[in-house]
Design a protein around this ligand. Structure first.
Ligand SMILES: [Zn+2]
Length: 154
């Protein structure tokens, strides 16, 4: 005999709340164990796992492609057993965990020296250059900006 059944709408409300508070775009994936996996951001920033009792917040992480170890290895930031906590407190806690996970993830992004794109660590070739730029043939020496046509100058 299972204890009290929790109204489905609670779960649906959590789903809506989490979706609204994750960085865009948000993707959802129903896992075989019945939990819902939500990922926010592209490249990923925050992952949330929602079950009928618990919300778990993880900082998105991925290994560098060049290591040939595909697969995400997220780092858990915290969990809230939402059915044991008054709703307002649970909501505040999950909100804080999502913000903390996002901040931790974004703090690891680097700005590529060549294309100036904010780049997640797994997409950096080294500390300075992203993998896309590293794969391009280089024209000129470092710091020697080759005019790409149409540059007006000042
Ligand atoms: Zn780059």
């Amino acid at each position: 005999m299972i204890g009290r059944e929790y109204p489905t709408q609670n779960y649906e409300e959590w789903l809506a709340f989490i979706t609204a508070h994750l960085p865009e775009p948000v993707s959802q994936e129903l896992v075989s164990d019945g939990s819902m996996l939500l990922m926010g951001g592209d490249p990923g920033q925050v992952i949330v796992r929602l079950t009928r009792s618990t919300v778990t917040v993880l900082e998105y992480a991925a290994r560098r492609e060049e290591l040939h170890t595909p697969g995400v290895t997220p780092r858990r930031v915290g969990s809230v057993v939402w059915r044991r906590v008054p709703n307002a407190r649970a909501v505040a806690a999950v909100h804080a965990l999502i913000d903390a996970a996002r901040d931790a993830r974004l703090a690891k992004f680097r700005t590529c020296e060549r294309c100036a794109q904010s780049t997640p660590p797994e997409s950096m070739h080294d500390d300075a250059v992203c993998q896309s730029c590293a794969a391009l043939p280089r024209a000129g020496r470092p710091g020697d900006v080759v005019g790409s046509g149409g540059s007006g100058g000042r």
